[in-house]
Design a binder for this molecule. Structure first.
Ligand code: TXA
Ligand code: MG
Length: 345
């Protein structure tokens, strides 16, 4: 049985620090999702993270830091744009790729010359980093290709059966989806978004209006081991049950339309809409009179509810299939659509 740590009890947090120092991973809350944390500079703790998640070694880990000074430990030189991004968005859900220093084990970066660095805003994670004084690698605390956990209980459900020793209870995660992963390409003045996430492209664009923002190529088109961000696999965030992803053009797509119509009265289908506006759009098409969930009033609220809803759908015997409608893709809509598309595989 994994221990559930109360972050308000100093003696328990001291135990966590010592446990991390002895190179054993602990699940910690962040403002995005819970992470499975271990020391970047200890190959033993990195190996244990990969093993607990059953994650293949070609998928690199994000290094979490307490601030810009700690990030300097991980790389030889921080470029001017990357530094500005850190000052503007840290602490917060933006992960930045930097040229790694020799100190960072190849195991952390899957032998890439770049290390992904992020400064989490959650006070519990931040204070552990500060006390420890060195970076922590932390992938989302779920089994490989599973649904990211946004509560300590979801972490226990995911990793408890596989030997997780401890999780710190930091409450429900504020954003509910993972950080945005970016890489700056100097030659083209382009910020490449390798994974859309809790920091929206509108926020990134407002940081610098003459920067090009470019979304990386869809994973399904590439050899999975050759991806620029290997975690962007076509299948990810997946419930055990079937998920069907319906793109925004469904109403013009005869094949999809008739598939939905055929299942019109299927009691084992549950429809998922991201926001009230997405639901109203479908209602306006005169197409709806069935079991459905709406994730939130707006995309921010929807993101916070997304993974918990996928989990409860999986646990509900009444449903066999989730039919997820693509949301409008402004703000966090892009990141939510990305998760739903991958949940459908
Ligand atoms: O919000 C988050 O980022 C959460 C919390 C725990 O911080 N962490 C997280 O880690 O989502 P993970 O491992 O589940 O996803 C990390 C993503 C993967 O898509 C991975 O391929 C990519 O970041 N990544 C990590 N290091 C990379 C690198 N060196 N080069 C390219 N992509 C990298
Ligand atoms: Mg993950």
């Amino acid at each position: 049985m994994a221990l559930v740590i109360d972050p308000l009890k100093n003696s328990q947090i001291d135990w966590v620090i010592n446990f991390l120092k002895s190179d054993c991973p602990v699940a910690l809350p962040t403002e995005t999702v819970y992470g499975l944390a271990g020391r970047v500079y200890a190959e033993k703790s990195l190996s244990q993270i990969f093993a607990l998640k059953a994650r293949p070694h070609f998928d690199p880990l994000i290094a979490h830091v307490s601030g810009i000074e700690m990030a300097r430990d991980l790389c030889d030189n921080i470029g001017a744009i990357e530094l500005e991004l850190m000052k503007r968005f840290w602490p917060g859900p933006l992960t930045i790729l930097l040229k790694k220093s020799d100190r960072v084990p190849d195991l952390c970066t899957a032998a890439s010359p770049f290390v992904a660095v992020r400064c989490p805003a959650h006070p519990v994670f931040a204070s552990i980093l500060k006390t420890l004084g060195e970076p922590l690698a932390a992938p989302s605390a779920n089994r490989f290709q599973g649904i990211s956990p946004t509560t300590y209980q979801a972490v226990l459900d995911e990793l408890g059966p596989f030997g997780l020793e401890a999780v710190v209870d930091g409450g429900n995660c504020q954003h509910g989806i993972e950080s945005t992963v970016v890489r700056f390409q100097l030659a083209t003045n382009t910020l490449e978004v390798l994974r859309p996430g809790a920091c929206s492209s509108e926020e990134l664009q407002s940081f610098c209006s003459d920067l090009h923002i470019n979304f990386a190529q869809a994973a399904s088109l590439l050899d999975e081991t050759q991806l620029s961000s290997p975690g962007q696999l076509a299948k990810h965030y997946s419930p055990a049950k079937e998920v069907m992803f319906v793109s925004r053009e469904w109403i013009d797509d005869e094949e999809v339309f008739s598939e939905l119509e055929q299942h019109q009265k299927e009691p084992t289908d549950c429809y998922l809409f991201v926001t009230d506006a997405d639901y109203q759009r479908a209602v306006a098409m005169g197409f709806l009179d069935r079991q459905h969930v709406v994730l939130g009033h707006d995309a921010v609220e929807a993101a916070a509810n997304l993974f918990a809803t996928l989990r409860s759908f999986d646990a509900n015997d009444a449903y066999r299939r989730l039919v997820a409608f693509e949301p409008s893709t402004d703000g966090l809509g892009i990141a939510i659509a990305d998760r739903l598309r991958r949940a459908a595989g």
